[in-house]
Design a protein around this ligand. Sequence first.
Ligand code: NDP
Length: 395
Amino acid sequence: MIGAGGVGTVVAHKIAEHPEIFSELVIASRTKSKCDYIAETVRKKTDFKIETEKVDADNVPELTALLQKHKPFLVINVALPYQDLHIMDACLEAGVNYMDTANYEPLDEAKYQYGWQWAYQDKFKEKGLTALLGCGFDPGVTSVFTAYAAKHHFDEIEYLDIVDCNAGDHGKAFATNFNPEINIREITQKGKYYENGKWIETEPHEIHKPLNYPRIGAKESYLIYHEELESLVKNFPTIKRARFWMTFGQEYLTHLRVIQNIGMAGIEPVMYEGHEIVPIRFLKAVLPNPGDLGENYKGWTSIGCRIKGKKDGHEKTYYIFNNCSHEVAFKETGTQGVSYTTGVPAMIGAMMICSGIWSGAGVFNVEEFNPDPFMDELNKNGLKWEEEINGDLEL
Ligand code: NDP
């Protein structure tokens, strides 16, 4: 596993619960002490074999040598999206399967698209290796939910709305739930959705409406672009419209607006006292560490897919979702719900590949595989899902 942040912590805890699948875990990251800390906390609960290493994943020869030393069956990339291509290169070089939870992003351009990673298709095919892209919650579970709906509930999916609500409260004036740099880059970009074969761009947060989330209530939800829309409309071509909605509180949006207006969300380097600094990276250094938010985090996340389409000639609606408690996640792994909802599916994706249930040579998005075994494991590993048939989708 590469990366030792909030998501990596959950993946390590969850992998150690499955010695029947995984024999050993090596945690490698830029700061080795963080790997050691995760290993120590897992060792308090089990005697699962964990080793730790220091690696700069952007250094392909260094990472290749590390992979050749440990000869893993699979690399779980839970570092940052900037590292994706470098890690894929090292996996090809060392002959190791690959998976991640977020699509590649170049450092100097906040653009979300699978093109860069899909371009590795032939290389992974030629080597007989599997690369699994986007196996967190969204992307990840939302894509598996869509595949499950297509397999069991619809002849044709026509309208897909992915709804992501974090109704938790961490008690801080402003904090992001995962890496601040990646998070702020994602939500300050223009909105975009798919309709009738075209992508329609909106101003950031231009389209919004209150949506009701199960056991949470109404929350203002904002249309933003999210990477799984790109692969889902490709893999389910009957989709006429696909959108992604995320809830934000007013306080959060006000902070975000100020951060943008004063230039602190900038990704271009500026000179400061003779040093080049990237504003958003400096901001990350002063914001709360998402991995430390768990202790006082209360409330729920609720993420799911609201789908409309046809079954046996009739209109049908289907809502499938998971509600996850920040408090329960913290009790189990010492992290908050957003790390938990990402790390559990990453472990399940690893389980699918390591057990050979999901296999194939090439680059795959999760919805291309059989959703059923993954859905069973979600229920067994702390992310129970629920469904509502022919209810009001509000969308
Ligand atoms: P963190 O910032 O907490 O952790 C990232 C880790 O990656 C850190 O340990 C960091 O090291 C390490 N890292 C960064 N650069 C390098 C490098 N060059 N070489 C080796 N290690 C490196 O992030 P999170 O745990 O919150 O998120 C991890 C990933 O999960 C991100 O890619 C994020 O986009 C994705 N994610 C996906 C979601 C989904 O649902 N699909 C939801 C939430 C997150 P250091 O400690 O030295 O900084």
